[in-house]
Design a protein around this ligand. Structure first.
Ligand SMILES: N[C@@H](CCC(=O)N[C@@H](CS)C(=O)NCC(=O)O)C(=O)O
Length: 169
């Protein structure tokens, strides 16, 4: 198994992900916009690697970013880490504390409210699915309204945290 043989050391940046995972895509997008080279390891969620289980023993989920041997789990947490660790170039989060808090709020809104409703709308059955379609539509309207306020992108003229998070919905 490639994960077992992998030695993570030095300045190596490694992403454990699944190509269809919207959460993994966030991390790859952020590293790419920052221009940070990374190694990608595709996980099999039906047979998770020992390294994934070691690096995220709490959730046992992708994505996990491992930087200098330090694992970080949870995609939104990883995005913040990437922004702070590689501050050069493309800012993912605004510097202004209020704008930053607002970006974190909407990113969390996407994960806590939109994602479950969309998942249920797509994969649920019967009445529950119909209800989820209504709920998801209503929730996405909130996002849409924010987008109108924020010009072309949630991040203004350049993509930012909310754009990267919302790219999955
Ligand atoms: N809140 C997590 C969600 C990550 C997540 O749900 N990952 C899924 C793949 S899309 C996973 O690893 N599932 C494996 C499992 O549930 O056992 C994040 O933002 O990183």
């Amino acid at each position: 198994m490639q994960g077992l043989a992998l030695v993570i050391m030095g300045e190596e940046v490694v992403v454990f992900g699944v190509w269809v995972s919207p959460y993994s895509c966030r991390v790859e997008t952020a590293l790419r916009v920052k221009g940070v080279p990374y190694r990608y390891i595709e996980e099999d969620l039906g047979n998770k690697s020992p390294l994934l289980l070691k690096y995220d023993p709490i959730h046992e989920k992708v994505p996990v970013l491992v930087h200098n041997g330090n694992p970080i789990a949870e995609s939104l947490v990883i995005l913040e880490y990437i922004d702070e660790t590689w501050p050069q170039g493309f800012p993912i989060l605004p510097k202004d504390p209020y704008e930053r808090a607002t970006a974190c709020f909407w990113s969390k809104f996407i994960d806590d409210k939109c994602m479950p409703a969309i998942t249920q709308a797509c994969w649920g059955e019967g009445e529950a699915s119909d209800k989820a379609v209504e709920e998801a539509t209503e929730l996405l309207m909130f996002l849409e309204n924010e987008l109108i306020k924020e010009k072309r992108l949630f991040g203004g003229e350049r993509i930012g945290m909310v754009d990267i998070a919302a790219n999955t919905v």
